[in-house]
Ligand binder design. Structure first.
Ligand SMILES: Cc1cc2nc3c(=O)[nH]c(=O)nc-3n(C[C@H](O)[C@H](O)[C@H](O)COP(=O)(O)OP(=O)(O)OC[C@H]3O[C@@H](n4cnc5c(N)ncnc54)[C@H](O)[C@@H]3O)c2cc1C
Length: 397
């Protein structure tokens, strides 16, 4: 008699990831060089079913929590960091919907959540997150994108988003905006805007030194009219307060992506040293590789402690402090590991046809994407001083 083994949600998700990571890895350098369209990688992600990662199992999704999600993202990023970062923005856009108690959402909130589930499960739709602006970066306070209501009670949006991953790839864009007649800075809401809504345009893709695979462009909204039911969860003015209480998606959704890049760097160094008979028996080289392994393990441990903390004890100041600490530590460690790999491996690390030159460029972005290093340290430091970090005035968001 055989006994059926229950598959955990994480195992099921990793199984799906394993079916696409070999191809994602092959596409990483061609996409980075502009020789392959990132859409090819996102077609694989769509086909894998991983867009439903955060949707509860009883609604047809994979039912991951934030800890499982972080590990899934690391697996994807080991293969293709840019695509993992792009995929993360889909989950940043909708992940929080499935953490909240569904019964406490109210009628408008439940309808909104059901529609998102329907779009992802039944239509394979991909969401993106359009928050950052030229004058404010990723901060919610002081944004220039505004909304007003028209005579039919619909929303009319005007604004400019500076960096939107998945531009031209995603079906729906979760856009932040403030009321046109409110300068308080704290009244920020999220709206779902479609790529083909009136007045929506995108710039050509951002020409950065890395992460072409995120498919990032600027987004413009000009007199964009959307129905009232596109207000996120049917609630106005909650975005900043939500980011303060539960910052994990905005501040650390992509922890797993940078963890995966760190793993890829250490694996690259180990493979190179391992392939060289002289160096694999050098005590000095073994110790340098070992030091990289120690740093990686410490970063992985803190990252997973933070991610598990979110899964078990969300909306808690100690949890949030660990999230910010992990974001800071992982950013520093990943960049340090990249420098160590170059120094240990030598010229082979800088070969244009090898992965390390790309990894070296990609990891720099951990300190550019929120929460920035100074903001992470500020959060942890203020927490140690007993400052109330649930008070929005103590935040730079
Ligand atoms: C490849 C890539 C993909 C991205 N994808 C997305 C995405 O999908 N969605 C998204 O929303 N964002 C995205 N971003 C944006 C990212 O999250 C950051 O917002 C952006 O990179 C920050 O850029 P910066 O460091 O130049 O700006 P920042 O240094 O954050 O500053 C931007 C502006 O904010 C102002 N500013 C700085 N500090 C303060 C302060 N303390 N108080 C008030 N104002 C201040 C300054 O005037 C400054 O010019 C992406 C970025 C990249 C590079």
């Amino acid at each position: 008699m055989t006994t059926a083994t229950a598959t955990s949600p994480l195992d099921a998700a990793l199984d799906r990831a394993a079916r696409i990571t070999p191809r994602l890895a092959e596409l990483a350098d061609p996409i980075d060089r502009g020789e392959a369209d990132p859409a090819r990688a996102y077609d694989l992600v769509r086909a894998s079913g991983l867009l439903a990662a955060m949707i509860p199992a009883d609604r047809g999704g994979l039912g991951l929590d934030f800890a499982d999600y972080t590990r899934l993202l690391a697996e994807l990023a080991r293969a293709n960091g840019a695509v993992a970062l792009g995929y993360n923005m889909h989950n940043v856009a909708i992940g929080s919907l499935f953490e909240a108690d569904a019964d406490a959402l109210g009628a408008a909130g439940s309808t909104f959540r059901d529609r998102v589930i329907d779009r992802v499960i039944d239509h394979g739709a991909m969401f993106a997150s359009a928050a950052s602006e030229p004058a404010t970066g990723a901060r919610l306070r002081g944004i220039a994108t505004v909304y007003r209501r028209d005579d039919d009670d619909r929303f009319v949006l005007d604004g400019h988003k500076s960096f939107v991953s998945l531009s031209g790839v995603a079906d729906h864009y979760v856009v932040t905006a403030r009321p046109h007649d409110d300068d308080s800075g704290v009244e920020v809401s999220h709206f779902v805007v479609d790529a083909d809504d009136p007045g929506v345009t995108f710039s050509t893709e951002w020409a950065g030194t890395a992460l072409r695979g995120t498919s990032t462009a600027q987004m413009f909204l000009s007199d964009t009219v959307i129905d009232a039911d596109r207000l996120f969860l049917g609630v106005e003015g909650m975005s900043l307060f939500k980011a303060v209480r539960e910052p994990h998606w905005m501040a650390a959704g992509y922890l797993g992506a940078y963890l995966g890049l760190a793993e890829a760097i250490v694996e690259f160094a180990a493979a190179r040293i391992g392939a060289d008979e002289r160096r694999r028996s050098s005590d000095a080289d073994i110790a340098r590789l070992g030091a990289m392994g120690v740093d990686l393990q410490a970063a992985r441990a803190l990252t997973l402690v933070a991610a598990r903390g979110v899964a078990r004890n969300r909306s808690h100041q100690d949890t949030n402090a660990t999230v910010y600490a992990a974001k800071h530590h992982l950013g520093e460690t990943t960049q340090k590991l990249a420098a160590q790999a170059v120094s240990l491996v030598g010229s082979a690390a800088m070969a244009a046809d090898g992965p390390m030159q790309r990894l070296l460029r990609e990891v720099q972005f951990c300190s550019i994407m929120p929460a920035k290093p100074a903001d992470c340290l500020s959060y942890v430091g203020r927490g140690l001083l007993g400052v109330n970090m649930f008070d929005v005035s103590n935040h730079s968001w």
